[in-house]
Design a protein around this ligand. Structure first.
Ligand code: ADP
Length: 388
């Protein structure tokens, strides 16, 4: 009998999923998403040829309603095969969770305590886990953490220059997008084994965006910190900000924590600067000068942080672009590479127009690649390893 695992990758208002057959090898049978949670919930699943195989809309509903449909659909797909586990991408594992774990009641409680550190994602993650536990109490549930990959960062890299008591209670840099970076590090070993052993910066540029400095495939530094707000400018998040700014906003505009959270997570970044959209495609197509200014700032921040991470690595051998913008926008890649030329990177303009592979010239001292990420397969592999 062939077993299967269902992988959950929740965003702030969506639940992406993927269904994998386990034997003889991991194979993605189908994937899709429940989107518009809180507005107009919509379930869509596609098979491995990208053909739509299921679709449903709801006027509204709870996580339990949506997941009941999804689990029912997943089991239908398996034609009598067994769904043996659910694997979850979990944004914040704090200091405690640096390996995938079985999500029992104690683990879920511990994760709930980390919700203030990832207010957009963690409560949503936990709702999915709880709904699945209620619907299928027999199903093993495994959590895989976005923070865990960065557990290899040094104590100095993790530390904020605050009094020690705060560090002792967990106020330190964790880093995120770790499942994506784990995939990229593994894939780079296949695509470019010689360079993969060196000093690499991976750029995960999606709605959320960060960079990771990899030394021999291990994280030594990253741009996100205590929360997923730090570092680069993002779709709606501000990225690194002088801590004096929130102090000013509190005093001058009377903003409290909830107002600042909404401003920094939902109304800043590409959306806030352009006033047009959080979506890079819309900004690229816009004639509005502020859309161009938002793109300029996005690129400037990436280039500046590449410089910082190159310093953490003591030099640079390669740069990898991934995620929605990194994989699909030759324009952003070209602009970033132009600002990175001083490090010895020469872009191959023709290769840059293609979707995947090496995009630097043969004689470029620093290599660059586009590598599509796959967080779901990492979750599926880890889930199987824990349940085996
Ligand atoms: P998430 O962080 O939600 O997983 P994605 O990795 O899917 O996000 O990235 C979403 C971003 O990718 C959006 O800003 C979107 O505009 C951008 N994107 C997707 N396709 C393209 C494209 N062809 N050109 C430019 N940007 C794109």
């Amino acid at each position: 009998m062939t077993d299967a695992v269902l992988v959950f990758n929740p965003g702030s208002s969506s639940i992406k999923f993927a269904l994998f057959e386990i034997s003889p090898e991991l194979r993605r049978i189908a994937s899709g998403a429940i989107e518009g949670i809180g507005t107009a919930p919509h379930f869509l699943a596609r098979d491995s040829t990208k053909a739509v195989v299921a679709e449903q809309r709801w006027p509204d509903g709870t996580h339990e309603d949506f997941l009941a449909t999804l689990l029912h659909w997943a089991e239908d797909q398996l034609g009598g095969h067994r769904l043996v586990a659910a694997g979850h991408r979990i944004v914040h594992g704090g200091a405690q969770f640096i390996q995938p774990v079985r999500l029992d009641e104690a683990a879920i409680d511990a994760l709930e305590k980390l919700s203030p550190l990832a207010p957009l994602h963690q409560p949503h993650n936990i709702s999915v886990i709880r709904a699945v536990a209620k619907l299928r109490p027999d199903l093993a549930q495994i959590g895989c953490f976005d923070t865990a990959f960065h557990a290899t960062m040094s104590a100095t890299t993790r530390r904020f220059a605050l009094p020690r008591a705060f560090e002792e209670e967990g106020v330190r840099r964790y880093g995120f997008h770790g499942l994506s970076y784990e995939y990229i590090a593994g894939r780079l070993r296949e695509v470019a084994p010689r360079e993969a052993g060196g000093r690499i910066i991976a750029a995960h540029l999606g709605n959320g965006a960060s960079l990771c400095a990899l030394q021999n495939g291990r994280s030594v530094d990253t741009t996100m910190g205590f929360t997923a707000l730090d570092g680069l400018m993002m779709g709606t998040r501000c990225g690194a900000l002088d801590p004096g700014v929130p102090l000013y906003l509190m005093r001058r505009h009377g903003m409290d924590a909830a107002a600042l959270e909404d401003l920094f997570y939902n109304r800043s970044g590409l959306l806030g600067v352009s006033g047009v959209s959080a979506d890079m495609r819309a900004l690229s197509a816009s004639a509005e000068p502020r859309a161009r200014e938002a793109i300029d700032l996005f690129v400037f921040r990436i280039a500046r942080e590449i410089g910082a991470l190159a310093a953490s690595l003591g030099g640079l051998d390669g740069l990898v672009f991934t995620a929605g913008i990194g994989e699909n926008s030759p324009e952003i890649r070209r602009l970033v590479c132009a600002r990175t030329a001083w490090l010895g990177l020469t872009l191959d303009e023709t290769a840059n127009r293609s979707a995947e592979g090496r995009i630097s010239t043969a004689d470029s001292r620093v290599a660059a690649w586009v590598i599509p990420t796959d967080e779901e397969i990492i979750i599926a592999r880890r889930t199987i390893a824990v349940t085996a």
